[in-house]
Design a protein around this ligand. Structure first.
Ligand SMILES: *[C@@H]1O[C@H](CO)[C@@H](O)[C@H](O)[C@H]1NC(C)=O
Ligand SMILES: *[C@@H]1O[C@H](CO)[C@@H](O)[C@H](O)[C@H]1NC(C)=O
Ligand SMILES: *[C@@H]1O[C@H](CO)[C@@H](O)[C@H](O)[C@H]1NC(C)=O
Ligand SMILES: *[C@@H]1O[C@H](CO)[C@@H](O)[C@H](O)[C@H]1NC(C)=O
Length: 349
């Protein structure tokens, strides 16, 4: 009592103290929030987002000199590097699954992990090709794949409105009925069963490592373009998995894709209208073959599959650099705090 003089004065000082303390607390909270907003909302527009690719997918490296994202995709303030010495300052580090899985490369677990840095799990492969993923549970912050629900979705191709530069073209030489390029032929795959029975009804020219008729890159599209149909058979029927077998091999060669993969609705959501024939639409392979013969013999029915060229065009993505630049576009809107505790579950879902 003696210290404050009177009881009333003492109460006043106590309240004053409490008030100051509360103000300070509120101020601190506001300060921290602004800091976080600055940290998480502005990158992408104000400064370079730096992306470190820890190792190149499948061992093929490409030049990263100059401002590759600006040059290749028009995305500015996005810096790509494969120089591991920049690890501590990188905003994002990208790890391609294949090399982690076969131990050609490893995570930098011996290095301190900067708290604001995000690790990205990258794979363009369907679940059956993502072996040994369980060991990476709780390691990655973001995912990057062909899947729509990945943090950074990077499909093999896209349909865009508006006719392409070349527009609609008619065809001349269609000496081949259908072709298929396959490098890894496996007896237990659905596509193998379909191929084995389909070839009893229609002629199929098979290329690729399996048949010992590999096609070099510059022969792939010209060869396929001699055919009326192309078998865009995926190695597995996985959610969203529509690979370059449709986007590049069939559409770019202007052969009608006969697709085997996810269900029709998935294709319809991304492919141009009336642009493909889905294996699952037929009760049997015999019915599929009969339909192919019908379309092949009816010029009008066949050309219906090319009408979309008048209203749509497609864009394919094949360059890893172009794909990596997409991270910068998504960066400002990606979840700031996220961990894939069950990456294995996500991959196989
Ligand atoms: C890129 O970043 C610079 C600052 O480093 C900024 O002045 C500029 O506006 C940014 N450009 C774009 C297109 O966001
Ligand atoms: C951003 O990165 C690009 C590509 O690495 C580089 O050319 C450019 O100078 C950088 N800009 C800034 C403001 O650091
Ligand atoms: C095919 O599948 C069966 C059972 O699903 C299995 O026993 C067999 O080993 C598989 N064959 C190959 C070549 O993978
Ligand atoms: C990224 O994931 C790591 C590993 O789980 C985690 O410790 C870290 O907090 C995460 N960072 C962000 C910014 O979400």
């Amino acid at each position: 009592m003696e210290a404050c003089g009177s009881r009333r004065l003492c109460l006043f000082f106590l309240l004053l103290l409490l008030f100051s303390f509360l103000s300070l607390l509120i101020y601190q909270i506001l300060l921290i929030q602004t800091f976080h907003m600055q940290q998480y909302l502005t990158p992408g527009s104000q400064r370079n987002v730096s992306i470190l690719l820890w190792h190149w997918p499948f061992g093929h490296s490409y030049s990263l000199s100059g401002d590759k994202c600006l040059e290749m995709t028009g995305i500015s303030n996005c810096s790509l590097t494969d120089d591991r010495s920049t690890y501590l300052t990188a905003d994002v580090v990208v790890f391609h699954h294949h090399e982690l899985s076969n131990r050609a490369s490893a995570l930098p677990l011996h290095l301190p992990r900067p708290t604001a840095q995000r690790w990205v799990w990258l794979s363009m492969e369907p679940p059956i090709n993502n072996a040994n993923v369980k060991q990476f549970n709780g390691v990655f912050n973001w995912t990057m794949s062909y899947r729509h629900d990945a943090d950074i979705p990077i499909p093999y191709g896209k349909t865009l409105p508006g006719a392409g530069i070349q527009g609609f073209q008619r065809f001349s030489d269609r000496s081949c009925f259908a072709s298929w390029v396959v490098s890894k032929y496996k007896p237990n795959q659905t596509r193998t069963d379909v191929y084995q029975s389909l070839k009893k009804y229609i002629p199929i020219q098979v290329y690729g490592a399996w048949n010992k008729k590999p096609l070099p890159d510059d022969r792939l599209l010209p060869t396929i373009s001699n055919c009326l149909f192309y078998l865009s058979f995926e190695n597995s029927e996985a959610k969203d998995y529509i690979s370059e077998k449709m986007w590049r091999n069939a559409f770019q060669a202007r052969a009608v894709p006969v697709v085997l993969g996810p269900r029709r609705a998935t294709y319809e959501a991304v492919a141009p209208p009336h642009s493909f024939i889905h294996v699952a639409d037929f009760k049997s392979v015999a019915e599929l073959a009969a339909y192919l013969y019908h379309v092949a013999s009816d010029k009008q029915a066949y050309e219906e599959y090319f009408k979309w060229h008048q209203t749509h065009r497609i864009k394919t993505y094949t360059d890893w650099r172009e794909r990596l630049c997409q991270i910068c576009l998504k960066y400002p809107s990606l979840p700031s705090k996220k961990v894939y505790q069950d990456l294995e579950g996500w991959v196989n879902s």
